[in-house]
Ligand binder design. Sequence first.
Ligand code: DOR
Ligand code: ZN
Length: 351
Amino acid sequence: MDHLTITRPDDWHLHLRDGDALRAVLPYTARRFARAIVMPNLKPPVTTVADAASYRDRIVDALPEDLRRERTFVPLMTLYLTDATSPDEIRRAKESGFVHGVKLYPAGATTNSAAGVTNLRHCWPTLETMQSVGMPLLVHGEVTDAGVDLFDRERVFIDEQLIPLRAAFPSLRIVFEHITTREAAHYVTDCCGRERTLAATITAHHLLYNRNALFHGGLRPHWYCLPVLKREPHRQALVEAATSGRPCFFLGTDSAPHARRAKESACCGAGAFTAFHAMELYAEAFERAGRLDRLEAFASFHGPDFYGLARNEDRIVLERSSWTVPASVAFGDDELVPLDAGSTLRWRVVD
Ligand code: DOR
Ligand code: ZN
């Protein structure tokens, strides 16, 4: 098979940033994906429907002229949950029609999460409203307790936060974002058959690489993201979940651009830039698993089905043709390093 034609995919977890950075990275996503769930962790964060409306306008303005004219890319906006998010804001979000989720960042868990939730108990009435109006909660699932080993934070989150949360709000729709562990894959799989309230996104990098990539021949900042890459058995469990055909798993790149200078520093921020070659990376992962036939459902069907949106109607074509991931791409007066720069990939999207 030399060509793979699939329904145009969507990215259910993406960081687009703002200003010049937004203009630099948006075309990579907008030329391939029809829609993207846009993360709200700007500085300051997108906490209100009014903020989300103006951020959406800035995204549309930043589209290259041809895409703006054709209206082919639709940003799906999210709100950043804080201890102070009100039930009224949730109702406004639902009525807006353009806010599709509310993101839980435990305070201190990751990039720009300082304004996040300090204790989920503070959000109880807000979560109640989300459950009743049908507004999904998108979860960065890691505990922030300094006493918990960084590599265990997702696993501990399931027991300490997610299970009690789902018991308290059984019909709240939850997306467990960018899962990285066998425990998360198994937990979501167990819930998948019975209800349709829990789903998970999986990144291409967590499907392709394990934590050795962070230390290969030295310390590799471009591989540092959160949740951090895990051991090989976890990667294998994620591949098994993503390629299982189960509707509770779908594509979310978590592409998170950080300028090269900031990445290659004594204290580098978390985030892997994959928007440049996202579909190629996913195709690589599915092909290695012998499951290219299941890429389309993962990339293009399960996400819209969970969010209650229509599937896309047009298609994209991937062709089997080897190419080398470039060392960097332009990013204002700096550069961005695509993940696994210099490596050879076997598939490429035909423009
Ligand atoms: O690696 C990450 N980068 N994980 C996150 O949760 C946030 C993201 C970012 O915004 O850079
Ligand atoms: Zn993210």
